[in-house]
Design a protein around this ligand. Structure first.
Ligand SMILES: [Zn+2]
Length: 191
């Protein structure tokens, strides 16, 4: 059995701005390995370093979906979505590619049992570096675009519950209050 601890809603670490990675070294490789392992143990589709207590600009994503026909554009080439996963994004930033926003349901490993609807850009252009420091450009949409926007928010100290409607915040107020009061990490386990 493996278990992992993720910083929970109320942790000050989740509200800090993450610093850019400048050294693409063994420490970074080890951090990415720990994050990938944690994401799979917790059965999440994305994880940002602050959720594991490291305020550095590192994100891992794996939508863990069945192979399908979805594509992304990576460095100018159209390729199947599953070929870019697991996706490791170092120092990511993005720009929307049009004005279309989509309302979709989100959750977060740091905020268990809370779901809410967030408006995100449908299609985005992402700049990031890989684990060796090589810069890349990625154009994506739908769930991957949503997930990247959620994770980049984490690097800026923003949580999805900051973006849900007042009504949804009210509905989840008791759970959020309890998480904050408990003040301990969320533990996930797998067998
Ligand atoms: Zn999250």
């Amino acid at each position: 059995m493996s278990s992992v601890q993720i910083h929970a809603y109320g942790s000050p670490t989740l509200r800090k701005k993450a610093v850019p990675i400048k050294q693409f070294d063994k420490r970074l490789q080890e951090q990415v390995d720990r994050m990938l392992q944690a994401m799979y143990i917790a059965n999440g589709i994305g994880l940002a370093a602050p959720q594991m207590g490291e305020t550095r600009q590192v994100v891992v994503i794996d939508l863990q979906m069945e192979p399908n026909s979805e594509t992304v554009t990576l460095d100018g080439k159209l390729i199947p979505l599953q070929l870019v996963q697991p996706l490791v994004l170092i120092n990511p930033s993005f720009d929307p590619l049009n004005d279309i926003l989509m309302l979709g349901e989100e959750g977060c490993l740091s905020i268990p049992n809370v779901h809410g609807h967030v408006n995100r850009h449908l299609k985005i252009f992402v700049k990031y570096q890989d684990i060796e420091g090589t810069p890349h450009e990625l154009t994506c949409e739908h769930l991957l675009a949503r997930c990247i926007q959620h994770e980049v928010d984490h690097l800026n100290g923003i949580l999805f519950v900051d973006r849900i409607s007042k009504t949804e915040r009210k509905e989840n107020a008791a759970i959020l209050k309890a998480l904050k009061a408990r003040g301990s990490p969320v533990e996930y386990e797998t067998t």
